[in-house]
Ligand binder design. Sequence first.
Ligand SMILES: C[S@@+](CC[C@H](N)C(=O)[O-])C[C@H]1O[C@@H](n2cnc3c(N)ncnc32)[C@H](O)[C@@H]1O
Length: 188
Amino acid sequence: MKKVMTGFEKDRMQGWEFRVMSFIFNAVDLVKSPNRRLDTFNIQKGQTIVDWGCGTGRYLKQASELVSDKGIVYAVDIHELAVKSANKMIKKFNLKNVHPCLTDGQSVSIPTHAADVVYALDMFHMVKDTKAFLTELCRITKKDGLLYLEDGHQPRELSKEKVNNSGCWDVFEETKAYLKCKPKDRTI
Ligand SMILES: C[S@@+](CC[C@H](N)C(=O)[O-])C[C@H]1O[C@@H](n2cnc3c(N)ncnc32)[C@H](O)[C@@H]1O
Protein backbone atom coordinates (compact mmCIF):
# COMPACT_ATOMS: atom_id res chain seq x y z
CA MET A 1 0.00 0.00 0.00
CA LYS A 2 1.27 3.48 -0.86
CA LYS A 3 2.15 5.51 2.24
CA VAL A 4 0.28 8.81 2.43
CA MET A 5 2.63 11.51 3.67
CA THR A 6 1.32 14.31 5.84
CA GLY A 7 2.61 17.69 7.08
CA PHE A 8 6.36 17.94 7.40
CA GLU A 9 6.91 14.40 6.08
CA LYS A 10 6.46 15.93 2.61
CA ASP A 11 9.22 18.46 3.34
CA ARG A 12 11.92 15.91 3.97
CA MET A 13 13.95 13.51 1.86
CA GLN A 14 12.85 9.97 1.16
CA GLY A 15 14.64 7.36 3.28
CA TRP A 16 16.63 6.12 0.28
CA GLU A 17 17.71 9.68 -0.55
CA PHE A 18 18.98 10.15 2.99
CA ARG A 19 20.90 6.84 2.78
CA VAL A 20 22.50 7.80 -0.57
CA MET A 21 23.46 11.19 0.89
CA SER A 22 24.97 9.48 3.95
CA PHE A 23 26.97 7.12 1.75
CA ILE A 24 28.39 10.03 -0.26
CA PHE A 25 29.16 12.19 2.82
CA ASN A 26 30.83 9.27 4.61
CA ALA A 27 33.01 8.61 1.53
CA VAL A 28 33.93 12.30 1.26
CA ASP A 29 34.75 12.41 4.99
CA LEU A 30 37.13 9.48 4.62
CA VAL A 31 39.16 11.52 2.14
CA LYS A 32 38.92 14.82 4.04
CA SER A 33 38.15 14.79 7.75
CA PRO A 34 35.15 16.93 8.77
CA ASN A 35 36.81 17.67 12.13
CA ARG A 36 38.01 21.20 11.24
CA ARG A 37 34.76 22.37 9.68
CA LEU A 38 33.67 24.51 12.63
CA ASP A 39 37.04 26.19 13.21
CA THR A 40 35.92 29.65 12.07
CA PHE A 41 32.77 29.77 14.22
CA ASN A 42 34.63 30.89 17.36
CA ILE A 43 32.85 28.31 19.51
CA GLN A 44 33.90 28.48 23.17
CA LYS A 45 33.94 26.00 26.02
CA GLY A 46 30.69 25.98 28.00
CA GLN A 47 28.57 27.38 25.18
CA THR A 48 25.26 26.05 23.94
CA ILE A 49 25.30 25.47 20.22
CA VAL A 50 22.85 24.14 17.66
CA ASP A 51 23.65 22.14 14.52
CA TRP A 52 20.40 22.70 12.57
CA GLY A 53 20.01 20.16 9.78
CA CYS A 54 22.72 17.95 11.27
CA GLY A 55 22.29 15.22 8.62
CA THR A 56 24.76 12.39 9.18
CA GLY A 57 26.10 14.11 12.31
CA ARG A 58 29.53 14.56 10.74
CA TYR A 59 30.25 17.76 12.75
CA LEU A 60 28.98 16.58 16.13
CA LYS A 61 32.27 15.21 17.43
CA GLN A 62 34.10 18.48 16.83
CA ALA A 63 31.17 20.50 18.19
CA SER A 64 31.05 18.37 21.34
CA GLU A 65 34.80 18.79 21.91
CA LEU A 66 34.71 22.56 21.30
CA VAL A 67 32.02 23.26 23.92
CA SER A 68 33.54 20.65 26.30
CA ASP A 69 31.59 18.79 28.96
CA LYS A 70 30.36 22.13 30.33
CA GLY A 71 28.54 22.97 27.10
CA ILE A 72 25.60 21.59 25.15
CA VAL A 73 25.19 20.67 21.49
CA TYR A 74 21.69 20.30 20.07
CA ALA A 75 21.63 18.20 16.90
CA VAL A 76 18.43 19.13 15.05
CA ASP A 77 17.00 17.60 11.91
CA ILE A 78 13.68 17.08 10.17
CA HIS A 79 14.55 13.47 9.31
CA GLU A 80 14.33 10.64 11.80
CA LEU A 81 17.27 8.92 10.07
CA ALA A 82 19.38 11.96 10.98
CA VAL A 83 18.37 11.59 14.62
CA LYS A 84 19.36 7.93 14.34
CA SER A 85 22.75 8.95 12.87
CA ALA A 86 23.27 11.48 15.67
CA ASN A 87 22.54 8.78 18.23
CA LYS A 88 25.09 6.51 16.53
CA MET A 89 27.73 9.27 16.75
CA ILE A 90 26.90 9.83 20.42
CA LYS A 91 27.41 6.14 21.12
CA LYS A 92 30.53 5.75 18.96
CA PHE A 93 32.39 8.75 20.43
CA ASN A 94 30.67 8.85 23.85
CA LEU A 95 29.39 12.40 23.26
CA LYS A 96 27.57 13.02 26.53
CA ASN A 97 26.77 16.68 25.80
CA VAL A 98 25.00 16.11 22.44
CA HIS A 99 21.19 16.10 22.37
CA PRO A 100 19.42 15.01 19.18
CA CYS A 101 16.10 16.75 18.41
CA LEU A 102 13.56 15.93 15.72
CA THR A 103 11.90 19.05 14.31
CA ASP A 104 8.92 19.55 12.03
CA GLY A 105 11.03 22.20 10.28
CA GLN A 106 9.30 25.05 12.10
CA SER A 107 9.68 24.42 15.81
CA VAL A 108 11.92 22.48 18.11
CA SER A 109 12.05 21.61 21.80
CA ILE A 110 15.01 23.85 22.64
CA PRO A 111 14.51 26.55 25.30
CA THR A 112 14.05 30.16 24.22
CA HIS A 113 17.30 32.21 23.95
CA ALA A 114 19.45 29.19 24.77
CA ALA A 115 22.00 29.18 21.97
CA ASP A 116 25.26 31.09 21.67
CA VAL A 117 25.89 29.78 18.19
CA VAL A 118 23.56 28.20 15.65
CA TYR A 119 24.87 26.85 12.37
CA ALA A 120 22.82 25.56 9.44
CA LEU A 121 25.12 24.06 6.83
CA ASP A 122 24.21 22.85 3.36
CA MET A 123 20.49 22.84 4.14
CA PHE A 124 18.96 26.33 3.67
CA HIS A 125 17.98 25.54 0.07
CA MET A 126 15.83 22.64 1.35
CA VAL A 127 13.73 24.71 3.74
CA LYS A 128 10.19 25.24 2.50
CA ASP A 129 8.91 27.87 4.95
CA THR A 130 12.00 30.01 5.41
CA LYS A 131 10.22 32.66 7.49
CA ALA A 132 9.01 30.11 10.07
CA PHE A 133 12.45 28.47 10.06
CA LEU A 134 14.36 31.72 10.61
CA THR A 135 11.88 32.87 13.26
CA GLU A 136 12.39 29.66 15.22
CA LEU A 137 16.17 29.96 14.92
CA CYS A 138 15.86 33.48 16.28
CA ARG A 139 13.71 32.31 19.20
CA ILE A 140 16.32 29.78 20.36
CA THR A 141 19.29 32.15 19.90
CA LYS A 142 20.62 34.45 22.64
CA LYS A 143 20.45 38.22 22.18
CA ASP A 144 24.18 38.26 21.51
CA GLY A 145 24.18 34.89 19.75
CA LEU A 146 25.18 34.22 16.16
CA LEU A 147 23.84 32.31 13.19
CA TYR A 148 26.16 30.88 10.54
CA LEU A 149 24.00 30.20 7.50
CA GLU A 150 25.29 28.48 4.38
CA ASP A 151 23.49 29.11 1.11
CA GLY A 152 23.41 25.43 0.25
CA HIS A 153 22.49 24.95 -3.40
CA GLN A 154 21.05 28.40 -4.04
CA PRO A 155 22.49 31.76 -5.07
CA ARG A 156 23.78 34.11 -2.35
CA GLU A 157 21.31 36.83 -3.36
CA LEU A 158 18.38 34.47 -2.78
CA SER A 159 19.70 33.50 0.66
CA LYS A 160 20.03 37.17 1.61
CA GLU A 161 16.55 37.96 0.30
CA LYS A 162 15.08 35.17 2.45
CA VAL A 163 16.97 36.37 5.53
CA ASN A 164 15.85 39.97 4.98
CA ASN A 165 12.23 38.91 4.42
CA SER A 166 12.24 37.00 7.71
CA GLY A 167 12.44 40.32 9.56
CA CYS A 168 14.35 38.77 12.46
CA TRP A 169 18.02 38.58 11.42
CA ASP A 170 20.64 41.06 10.20
CA VAL A 171 23.44 39.81 7.97
CA PHE A 172 26.48 41.66 9.31
CA GLU A 173 29.27 39.74 7.60
CA GLU A 174 29.60 37.31 4.75
CA THR A 175 32.27 34.96 3.53
CA LYS A 176 32.38 32.73 0.47
CA ALA A 177 31.06 29.90 2.65
CA TYR A 178 28.32 31.50 4.75
CA LEU A 179 26.29 34.46 5.96
CA LYS A 180 27.00 35.56 9.52
CA CYS A 181 23.79 36.84 11.09
CA LYS A 182 22.73 38.38 14.40
CA PRO A 183 19.22 38.67 15.82
CA LYS A 184 17.47 41.91 14.80
CA ASP A 185 15.55 42.36 18.04
CA ARG A 186 14.38 40.33 20.98
CA THR A 187 10.66 40.89 20.73
CA ILE A 188 10.38 37.43 19.11
C1 LIG B 1 22.41 18.05 2.62
S1 LIG B 1 22.13 17.60 4.30
C2 LIG B 1 23.45 18.46 5.12
C3 LIG B 1 23.72 17.90 6.48
C4 LIG B 1 24.81 18.62 7.29
N1 LIG B 1 24.38 19.95 7.70
C5 LIG B 1 26.09 18.69 6.52
O1 LIG B 1 26.49 19.81 6.13
O2 LIG B 1 26.69 17.66 6.30
C6 LIG B 1 20.71 18.54 4.74
C7 LIG B 1 20.05 18.09 6.03
O3 LIG B 1 19.10 19.07 6.41
C8 LIG B 1 17.91 18.42 6.85
N2 LIG B 1 16.79 19.38 6.71
C9 LIG B 1 16.17 19.80 5.60
N3 LIG B 1 15.24 20.70 5.89
C10 LIG B 1 15.27 20.87 7.23
C11 LIG B 1 14.57 21.70 8.15
N4 LIG B 1 13.63 22.55 7.75
N5 LIG B 1 14.89 21.62 9.46
C12 LIG B 1 15.85 20.76 9.89
N6 LIG B 1 16.55 19.96 9.07
C13 LIG B 1 16.27 20.02 7.76
C14 LIG B 1 17.82 17.20 5.98
O4 LIG B 1 16.99 16.20 6.55
C15 LIG B 1 19.29 16.78 5.89
O5 LIG B 1 19.64 15.91 6.93
